[in-house]
Design a protein around this ligand. Structure first.
Ligand code: THU
Length: 132
């Protein structure tokens, strides 16, 4: 990925974090995905008084991409203002794997950036092998 595009997707995730609704954990997360067409879609975590109903930033960004009519992503960026970058949770890994089986994952915090792939984070994912 070109440096400029990398900066843009990380900045989109950082900015999305500002909108996070995290009154229970106080842990605000921003995410941005790059779709196959090259567009960026953002999301933030949305918590709920029924804690298990919480939506992660990554899934919010992926839902925005789907709502826009796209079906494939190539990159997922996650931004937190914590000591270390945060990696996507297990449910988000399953979502990423479905929509971007070879996706690159870019996790950032003020201290730095970690780059990996969904294949590394979720080897042998569950799949129904259906067409969408
Ligand atoms: N969270 C995310 O948004 N993404 C992840 O991958 C892990 C966790 C959110 C959910 C919850 O609002 C807060 O972080 C603390 O778990």
């Amino acid at each position: 990925m070109e440096d400029e595009f990398l900066e843009a997707v990380v900045e989109a995730a950082r900015a999305a974090r500002e909108s996070a609704y995290a009154p229970y954990s106080g842990f605000r997360v921003g995410a941005a995905v790059i779709s196959e067409s090259g567009k960026i879609y953002v999301g933030c975590n949305v918590e709920n008084a029924s804690y298990g109903a919480t939506l992660c930033a990554e899934r919010a960004a992926m839902a925005a991409m789907i709502a826009a009519g796209e079906r494939r992503l190539v990159t997922v960026a996650v931004y937190v203002d914590a000591e270390d970058p945060a990696m996507p949770c297990g449910i988000c890994r399953q979502w990423i794997s479905e929509l971007g089986p070879h996706a690159e994952i870019i996790s950032s915090a003020p201290s730095g950036m970690k780059r990996t792939t969904i294949e590394q984070l979720l080897p042998e994912p569950f799949t129904l092998r259906r067409s969408t």
